[in-house]
Design a protein around this ligand. Structure first.
Ligand code: PGA
Length: 254
């Protein structure tokens, strides 16, 4: 059975004391153990939150350098993040693609650095609105997978979680319908099957992200190929995040 995952992407929100106290609340809540919780705090607090979390939940980073150690002022490497307690690193997020000019090649390099460091990858893909309007969303996501991810061997690929995040749904309050999410998730799983075979496709977790809230989470999680959520805005609110994490408990797909 695939892992069920609910991940919190706090982005550039929360000051140190706020982040630590929200993380503490989440770590000590009685979320059903059938779902794995991943917190992606801002980097300066990652070490402290990872120490506090211990083995209760996984802590990860929202980004890392595309370079290894060396003279890259201001950059933080995947190995440094691992040494601070990160278990997983997000890459390919549309905000990084749009605001920081990260293309598929940069994302591919980051994925290589993350796996070299012995960490897991959460790979984000998804199409802007104009691409969906042209009905080219499947093609675009396919290209993102091909150009950033499908160079990996099967063993490396087993360390990858995918998050489908339509750009038009991120932070907008406009969530994909269950049919729209399911269509893309099923496509992603079929692309993984063509590249890595059925067993790998079946075991890969594919999360949905983009305006996930407590009221829309249950119908999204009911979709056959939706294995959880990457939550931005609603993850900043303890009650909302816990409700979303609880919603996954009731949906277990093969
Ligand atoms: P949102 O963000 O839940 O605020 O739409 C999701 C994300 O960017 O990961």
């Amino acid at each position: 059975m695939r892992k069920k995952i609910v991940a919190a992407n706090w982005k550039s929100n929360l000051l140190a004391d706020e982040a630590v106290s929200l993380a503490r609340q989440i770590c000590t809540s009685d979320i059903p153990k059938s779902a794995e919780i991943i917190l992606l705090p801002p980097m300066p607090y990652l070490f402290q939150i990872a120490q506090m979390a211990g083995n209760t939940i996984q802590i990860g980073a929202q980004n890392c350098s595309m370079y290894p150690e060396g003279a890259y002022t201001g950059e933080v490497t995947a190995r440094q993040l691992k040494s601070a307690g990160a278990k997983i690193i997000l890459t390919g997020h549309s905000e990084r693609r749009q605001l920081f000019s990260e293309n598929n090649t940069v994302v591919k390099q980051k994925i290589n650095r993350i796996l070299d460091a012995g960490l897991s990858v959460m790979f984000c893909c998804g199409e802007p609105l104009e691409v969906r309007k042209e009905k080219k969303h499947i093609d675009l996501v396919h290209q993102q997978l091909e150009e950033s991810l499908f160079h990996l061997g099967p063993e490396q690929f087993s360390q990858v979680i995918i998050a489908y995040e339509p750009v038009w749904a991120i932070g907008t309050g406009v969530v994909a319908t269950p049919d729209e999410a399911q269509e893309m998730h099923a496509f992603i799983r079929s692309a993984i099957e063509s590249r890595y075979g059925g067993a790998v496709a079946k075991s890969t977790a594919i999360l949905y992200g983009g305006s996930v809230k407590p009221d829309n989470a249950p119908t999204l999680f009911a979709c056959e190929d939706v294995d959880g959520a990457l939550v931005g805005g609603a993850s900043l609110n303890y009650n909302d995040f816990i409700k979303i994490a609880q919603a996954i408990h009731y949906h277990t797909h093969a």
